[in-house]
Design a protein around this ligand. Structure first.
Ligand code: AMP
Length: 252
């Protein structure tokens, strides 16, 4: 496996699958690596904690980082190249991709999807992948990226991988390591509330009522192409967690 630190050193090749990440790998990332490995001749994983998508400075500072561990995991999963640049915003950077795709996650995190859309378009241009892999866990991110690819005619196929969860249902997230044992217990209320709303006549109301005292940023039904998901964000202590569950259709 090659570790590449600069754009100049990064080669492009046909048959490349890209997995954009911010590191602190868990089994959710592994699932994306495996999906990419299964469908591409060459797998590139980008590892860059993108400051532009953080709307809270404290969250950026506290974001978990362990590059040595991440590289070992990527290598074990058969990744060909890890692109881990020190910087992707050159001095004087002045051009942003602003998405008008609406949703509660965008309302709740001003500027977040501008950072996400900009870094993803940069990565598509740098890596030139045939396919790029994203997790269903970040459902609105998928909506933003799909729209970006269509609207700006980017020649990449977007692939969506189902959410990987711990045995008790908690969606894996790099931020989970910041939860105390007591907070982790409470955080379970999020996936349980979404699960409880499956098949309910009013899934939003049912999920809200089932949150077990967790304070929601939002609970909403989000349309993702033909699919409909129930998505929610909660705060557990100082950690913000998101999750969603498929209500109808299929995310492709
Ligand atoms: P991140 O490193 O948190 O930016 O995530 C990189 C990619 O992994 C994103 O496309 C996420 O949606 C995806 N991802 C994060 N958590 C999970 C999970 N539990 N299951 C599946 N994909 C995930």
């Amino acid at each position: 496996m090659k570790v590449v630190r600069t754009i100049d050193e990064l080669e492009t090749a046909p048959g490349t699958g890209l997995v954009p990440t911010m590191g602190a790998f868990h089994d959710g990332h592994r699932a994306l690596f495996r999906a990419a490995r299964a469908e591409n001749e060459r797998v590139v994983v980008s590892l860059f904690v993108n400051p532009a998508q953080f709307d809270e400075p404290g969250d950026l500072e506290a974001y978990p980082r362990d590059e040595a561990r991440d590289l070992a995991i990527a290598e074990a999963e058969g990744v060909d190249v890890v692109f881990a640049p020190a910087e992707l915003y050159p001095k004087g950077f002045a051009t942003w991709v602003v998405s008008d795709v609406t949703g509660a996650e965008a309302d709740s995190r001003p500027g977040h999807f501008r950072g996400v859309a900009t870094i993803c378009l940069k990565l598509f241009n740098i890596v030139r992948p045939e396919r790029a892999y994203f997790g269903q866990k970040d459902a609105q991110q998928v909506a933003v990226i799909r729209r970006l690819v269509r609207d700006l005619d980017v020649a990449v196929e977007i692939r969506v991988v189902p959410t990987v969860r711990d045995a008790d249902g908690l969606a894996l997230s790099s931020r989970n390591v910041r939860l105390s044992p007591e907070e982790r217990d409470r955080a379970l209320g999020l996936s349980r509330a979404l699960e409880a709303a499956l098949g309910a006549p009013d899934p939003v109301a049912t999920a809200r009522a089932a949150l077990n005292g967790l304070e929601p940023d939002y609970v909403e039904v989000l349309h993702l192409g033909d699919a409909m998901v129930l998505a929610a964000a909660v705060r557990v202590g100082s950690t913000r967690l998101i999750d969603n569950i498929l209500l109808e259709g299929e995310i492709r």
